[in-house]
Design a protein around this ligand. Structure first.
Ligand SMILES: [Zn+2]
Ligand SMILES: [Zn+2]
Length: 310
């Protein structure tokens, strides 16, 4: 193996799509630099803004918290970590501990908001009627988590909320939206997406970084890996899309990068021309496409079925 392209040091990782070989330290710097470039390219974080970082406690979000804290805090921006407790017994506790201890180590405020507190039920309670449900637990949980992150960011008085979606997540979601016929949701993937009715911008500083590289960064930074998977994880189509993209990337290094830039072209065109008109939800006042938002619609379904715990 050749030496580090940047400093001549001991090789650690070769980027097949660029041919660059890096030592461990240059690799870590390259991830931080990439995230910084993405943030500046899409004007994700303004000087002096309060940034909320959504931290699930998995390796991606812990890495994001570390990078955002190293690059933007504390002199330039004030940073707060936010976590959502879905209420899944035996699963979320470990991740929340990781989020809590990293926030503490970095000297950051850490806000935890639970489904129970916000919606009146835990995910365990909501999914208790599994036999009858016609939506997958992940899309179900995703709708609530998105609302909960928004709410936590508002409570934290942040003006921007950063999530740890990486390049793989991004292109998988793009393809899945196409496969579900869910073209309207493409607007959510716009890197500078803003919604007139919602005061907090959502940004993805890792959206140009491969999942594999984020995992290596986490490992190199000594960040903990969560040992328990969500018991409701039911990825279906997503894992097929992930496998397909990984095979394509192995055969054609760099193809994920190309797919990202094609996706961004399509999305920016779509975002410019689409009619983003939304109407306030009749129940909660948040934006919706047809008068009742997804959260309230799903909440109503759950309330019909849920058997509340003690
Ligand atoms: Zn080096
Ligand atoms: Zn609503």
């Amino acid at each position: 193996m050749t030496e580090c392209t940047r400093c001549g040091g001991k090789p650690f990782y070769t980027r097949r799509y660029s041919g660059e070989t890096l030592c461990a330290s240059c690799f870590k710097d390259s991830i931080t630099d990439k995230a910084r470039r993405t943030v500046s390219k899409y004007q994700m974080i303004g000087t002096g803004e309060k940034v909320a970082v959504a931290v699930s406690g998995g390796k991606d979000s812990l890495s994001l918290l570390r990078v955002i804290s190293d690059v933007y805090g504390p002199r330039q921006n004030s940073i707060v970590a936010i976590s959502i407790d879905e209420g899944v017994a035996g699963y979320r506790d470990e991740a929340l501990d990781h989020a809590r201890s990293l926030s503490k180590e970095l000297g950051l405020e850490h806000i935890v908001l639970s489904y129970k507190e916000l919606f009146g039920f835990t995910l365990d309670e909501a999914l208790d009627w599994q036999d009858e449900r016609d939506i997958s637990s992940c899309s179900f949980c995703g709708v609530f988590r998105r609302r909960a992150i928004d709410e936590a960011a508002v409570r934290a008085k942040a003006t921007v909320v950063a999530t740890a979606h990486n390049l793989d997540d991004y292109v998988q979601t793009f393809l899945m939206n196409l496969m579900h016929g869910d073209v309207a949701r493409l607007a959510w993937l716009d890197p500078s997406y803003s919604d007139d009715t919602f005061p907090v911008r959502r940004v993805k500083p890792f959206m140009e970084i491969y999942e594999e590289e984020v995992a290596l960064f986490a490992y190199q930074s000594g960040l903990p890996f969560q040992s328990v998977n969500c018991p409701y994880m039911h990825e279906g189509l997503r894992s097929e899309v992930r496998d397909y993209l990984n095979t394509m990337e192995a055969n054609h290094p760099g193809i994920k990068n190309v797919l990202l830039s094609s996706s961004l072209d399509v999305i920016s065109h779509y975002a410019r021309t689409s009619d983003k008109k939304s109407v306030p939800c009749s129940s909660c006042g948040k934006p919706s496409s047809n008068g009742l938002c997804n959260v309230c619609r799903m909440k109503a379904t759950i309330e019909e079925h849920v058997k509340y715990g003690p």
